[in-house]
Write a protein that binds this ligand. Sequence first.
Ligand code: MSP
Length: 469
Amino acid sequence: MKESYITTAIPYVNGNPHLGHAMDYLLADTLRRYMLYCGKKVRLQAGTDEHGNKIFKKAAEQGIPTQEFVDINAQKFQDFIHSLGVDYTDFIRTTSPDHERRCQEIWTKLSDHIYKDKYEGWYCEGCESYVTDKEHDDNHSECPDHKKPYIKLSEENYYLSIADFKDEIRDAIESDELKITPAFRKKEFLNLLKNMPDVSISRPKEQVEWGVSVPNDDSQVMYVWIDALANYITVLGYPDNDISKDWPAHTQIVGKDILRFHAGIWPAMLLGLGLPLPRNLLAHGFITVNGEKMSKSVGNVIPPEDILAKHGLAAFRYFFLRHASTTEDSDFTWDKYEASYNELANDLGNLVQRLATLCKKNSIAGQKVKQRTNPNFDDRMERYEFNLAFDILWDGISELNKRIDAEKPWALAKSDPQKAKEVLTKLVADLLTINDRLKLFLPDVGETIEKIFTATEIQPPSTPLFPKN
Ligand code: MSP
């Protein structure tokens, strides 16, 4: 069976993992679990983007040798991903010798589309990105995201021709051969593509020393984005290995801010290498805090560990997968988080406790999970509307709560014990069916629920699934 390959953006390791990074991982994990559920084999890459000036400067600021600094931070990201209950199959670090060598081979293979020229213009070190004069003027010479002045650059660089591939890229995106979700971002990008210039893909070594050297030109270092984008295939072993088992990727997940790199530069690289384009690019929205962009300078960054510590992993996953939209921006506030936790405890926690207690009292045995099709759910998942798919499951949970209230099995147990058994058995069967998909979003809780209701003797959990504290 051909594997389905899912990728996540590789974060810069100049800081700690934050909520924005969590979004990449949770969405990728949900998709991975769904594909496994559908019987596919899945490969999920994660990794860290470890080159470039801002990382080099951060290490110097902290007085740590750069390699040591990136080693420490790459580990933090791996620990973070695990703390979210996410399992990747491959982890790539851009400072690994294999990746660096493969990047150089990729560069050489692209050489027909690479030329040297002078670059004069603006650059944002925070974004590690060149800035047009218009952007520079519109933003009054300061990056709105990083609140840092743009730097004026005047240097010799190598360029990758976008012009050579523009028509092919546009056609692929227009026809959804390379499908961008959500559709409004596809439109936005197609507009941007019209005037997309060739991209500078190297920097002089005297400006940036922490990077991969350009083959046959020791004075130049690869621009971080070329090195970073290549990760999606170097991790598969390209060009040493035949990657056709995994490539093209089924879905590449990125935040909305970096879609343009993935829909513009990356396809140009792939076409230049004679490789197929990924089938889907999913651009998720941003997480804001109290309505504002998270930023160190505003001082509103909430470390994900604080949120995890509050009510545990299931509450974290529940909030960010159900109450954060997959494709739009979503806001985190502690009040919303508390409300979301109460909902989880009241709707699901109480249902499990009540139903298991009633089953125990009426000696209802556990049963096997019955899988049933759910086309509405599949439809939402296939459109990458994960939060709406999650809503469908929650409607099912609410429905079960209503049924318990309406059918009153505790009263039936006195008047018609046989009927009470039937009602409870049916409720358990339906909960197990819903839970089978709930596990895609809340794997640990889903496992616990499955254990309770498939056990020979159903027992309520000794402590509530979601304690009030
Ligand atoms: N290193 C590049 C990506 C290279 S991929 C070949 C980068 N790193 S990043 O650390 O700035 O961002 C990593 C991911 O986190 C991106 O998908 C980015 O969009 C996402 N987010 C960063 N801040 C975010 C929010 N506030 N909210 C949601 N996601 C955001 O870009």
